[in-house]
Design a protein around this ligand. Structure first.
Ligand SMILES: NC(=O)c1ccc[n+]([C@@H]2O[C@H](COP(=O)([O-])OP(=O)(O)OC[C@H]3O[C@@H](n4cnc5c(N)ncnc54)[C@H](OP(=O)(O)O)[C@@H]3O)[C@@H](O)[C@H]2O)c1
Length: 228
């Protein structure tokens, strides 16, 4: 597989206001990428100490996903890399989750990546890369996180087939499955309370491994690749 330099690459970073997104933004900027940063919260987006165009969008609609891709093509003159670090989590036995919460999990964690891919594939340049961060839970689901895990396993499954479709246009798809990372995501759960978890990975380390994988031509990023 061809390698992809991030130096001068036009990168669309979704979820730039998040813990992983922020670390990815710093790492990408350090490697010379031209960034289009997308988050929901305009104020936090403006406050990011990362160079790049800023676009505030709630991506839970096809038009918003199209607008994000369009903004990156306009800002960077083309689109080389898309990194989707958008996500929400919920905890609790399945009986405790409302249908609204289940819908939110699948809309944000599954439909947004699919809608983004729908828009991005027509615009990604040959040699480009599409990254979705599904997570270790897509490899083995856990009690108390069944719906979240299922929404992530769906993305992993989607990525598997997308990778083969995208290969025809010279685009690589990377499904990144990092283990628990210290971003504060668990404390922002849309329902339930997180179980006790061990100390997670440093977001900066995860960002470095994802960027290395983009540049090295890797075609998968399983949880084991994040072992330190
Ligand atoms: N942290 C972990 O342990 C871990 C491990 C494996 C995989 N992951 C996955 O990695 C991704 C990033 O997680 P994180 O830990 O960085 O979480 P985070 O800090 O909570 O960041 C989540 C990001 O998603 C954005 N977002 C949520 N809903 C959105 C929407 N409807 N439209 C646009 N943006 C939206 C948030 O934007 P606003 O803040 O502006 O709302 C924020 O930028 C998630 O998919 C998560 O499941 C995380």
């Amino acid at each position: 597989m061809a390698t992809t330099s991030l130096d001068g690459a036009s990168v669309l970073l979704l979820g730039a206001t998040g813990g992983l997104g922020g670390a990815l933004g710093m790492e990408l900027a350090g490697r010379g990428a031209t960034l289009t940063l997308v988050g929901r919260d305009r104020t936090r987006l403006e406050q990011l100490d990362i160079p790049g165009a800023r676009v505030a969008l709630d991506l839970r609609a096809p038009d918003a996903c199209a607008a994000a891709v369009r903004a990156a093509v306009e800002h960077g003159g083309r689109l080389d890399v898309v990194i989707n670090a958008v996500g929400v989590v919920a905890f609790g036995d399945i009986g405790s989750l409302s249908t609204d919460v289940m819908e939110e999990l699948f809309m944000t964690n599954t439909f947004i990546p699919i809608m983004i891919a729908h828009e991005a594939m027509a615009n990604l340049s040959s040699g480009g890369v599409m990254v979705n961060i599904s997570g270790v839970i897509a490899e083995q689901n856990l009690p108390g996180m069944a719906a979240y895990g299922a929404s992530k396993a769906a993305v992993r499954s989607f990525d598997e087939a997308l990778a083969r479709e995208a290969r025809r246009q010279g685009v690589r798809v990377l499904d990144a499955r990092p283990p628990h990372t210290e971003t504060g995501l668990a404390g922002r759960a849309i329902a339930g309370t997180a179980p006790k978890m061990g100390v997670g990975l440093d977001p900066a380390l995860v960002a470095r491994i994802v960027c290395d994988a983009i540049e090295s031509g890797a075609t998968d990023l399983p949880s084991g690749a994040f072992s330190v």
